[in-house]
Ligand binder design. Sequence first.
Ligand code: G6P
Length: 329
Amino acid sequence: MAAPAPAGAAGSPSPPPQLPSPFAELVKSPSGLEKVVLRGSRNCCVEVYLYGGQVTSWKNDNGEELLFLSTKAIFKPPKAIRGGIPICFPQFGTHGNLEQHGFARNRFWTIDNDPPPLPANPAIKAYVDLILRPSEEDLKIWPHSFEFRLRVALGPSGDLSLTSRIRNTNNDGRPFSYTFAYHTYFSVSDISEVRVEGLETMDYLDNLKAKERFTEQGDAIVFESEVDKVYLAAPSKIAIIDHEKKKTFVVTKEGLPDAVVWNPWDKKAKAMQDFGDGEYKNMLCVEPAAVEKPITLKPGEEWKGRLALSAVPSSYCSGQLDPLKVLQG
Ligand SMILES: O=P(O)(O)OC[C@H]1O[C@H](O)[C@H](O)[C@@H](O)[C@@H]1O
């Protein structure tokens, strides 16, 4: 009698990769692209596409979506998915010769089932580790060997964290430099009711004025027109206060000195094929980043950059929000 064919042999479907967390599941999305679904308590849930290593959804206990994803997003390579948290690497924006925002956001990442350990946090049960290594084609446009490990974790209170570890694996002794951003799209009720705190008095490069340097004046940042600024040496905590939704997002960043703030407003919105004309009203990008000073790694060196997001219902602070409490708490 013929021996049973091993799983994955021609003709038999290969078994889905096992994920180390029982709260993570690999599923196929309607577009045919694979995504990992992380489940937390009640309706808390995060979705991460292998395409781009991109988080596209983060829902709280009530199942309410906290990230913006365009209704016109295109889930087809080589287009990057419009919304969620695209990863900009090895280049942010046009700060170099590569395509805008580098290539990590439109490559297929794989599941990394045996990553080098990260500091243990037994409270985190739902997580996934992904890895990106350059292909032969990638090496032609950026001639450096690297390992980019990304852990996406959903904490017990619904917090979302992304930890990136980038290692130089060049074996020719050459260092490399890169810029980076977690291009986070937050879902907001109405952009003209949103305030960003933590960036006032900071210096920034204005992408709308040929990257000229200015100093932010006055109070919290509010939005009345297109904004595309790179805040330099921004604090490790930034708050996005959505008055209408009575919600405050707290963005915590580590290893990432800068913070980009972007809203395309009406004209640019119309010019983007994968973005609804009026959608600029319901989104704001606040992007922990390393832009002004590229990061340089020698062979064998590793860099770590972390983003942690939480959404606090601002009912307790509505109208009497003490931003310092949020930012320093
Ligand atoms: O359209 P994308 O390539 O995704 O870029 C969207 C935006 O990303 C960042 O926030 C940049 O600062 C903007 O200049 C850019 O327009």
